[in-house]
Ligand binder design. Sequence first.
Ligand code: AHR
Length: 342
Amino acid sequence: MVDRRMTRRTALKLSAAGAGLLVAGRYVPAAAQIPPLPKKDTYTVGFAQTGSNNPWRLGESKSMQDEAKRLGYTLVETNANEDTAKQIADVDSLIAQKVDILIFPPRESQALAPSVLKAKAAGIPVILIDRDVDHSIAKPGEDYITFIGSDFVDQGRRAAEWLVKATNGKAKIIELEGTTGADPAIERKKGFDEYLQGSFKGTPTPEGPYPDMEIIASQTGNFLRDTGREVMQTLLQAHPDVTAVYAHNDEMAIGAIAALQEAGRKPGEDVILVSIDGENAALDAIVDGTLGATVESSPFFGPIAFKTMQQYIDGEDIPDWVKVEDRFFDKSNAAEFQGKQF
Ligand code: AHR
């Protein structure tokens, strides 16, 4: 019998022995539960990385490798080389290898959601780190253990808030978006746009709208430095009146700085830039004055991912979202953290 005070998540967990149970008067078959992870001396963990072509990804992979090594677990790692179809195939292969658990960042939120369901059907529990999947297809606490990551909407809000202050509420903005269909690209855009439109819901309540903060162009730079640079070169020709850049990550901001300098513009003076991540190169750019500020988005998921896995093994309650808190770097503190990030 299910205690009515129990959450659905707790009830599902308690039924992990295999039998179905009644939830809100409805019979839920055992197959609908997140697979259990029994106590063992060691584990084989599948880690399907999206790519290895930027410092953020390298920092995330190293963090996972270091923690797996510290615990004496085997980390079976794949690299999708920023190709969504390859990441889907990589997850299939890790499922076929019967890893004990899958921990990975889904490159695109809709495309990778069926992979989460496939793992569940194969009896392999999943923890998503850094990026989430579309909850209309796969749900945390029901289809996978949890999502561990930043509040991307709030990152966009914080970038917008800084930019409004830095430009006295008047700017012609080029936005360099992340990978199309990726959770951080969708949500960083949403938080930024909503803040400028005055429709952001959260605390503190923003004072907007800011009608003189105009987004004159918005295009994907795929979270990559070279692509950010090429896109900025093209957009600069069409929009020489640009006075600000919002890049969804530091790598694209650094690419944009190079493009602006090649075009004889002065990033940090006649074009103000803000981005997200907090990588070492971005802190250097803040110190040299070309980048204005960056909202941190930590890639160091190893310790928190394996701790959450242990909590699952121990039968503890895990929230649907294990939220990572991010710092903010600008000229007031960038020098203090130079060389200490990734
Ligand atoms: O998902 C997090 C984002 O992915 C980082 O901001 C970016 O640098 C990375 O490629």
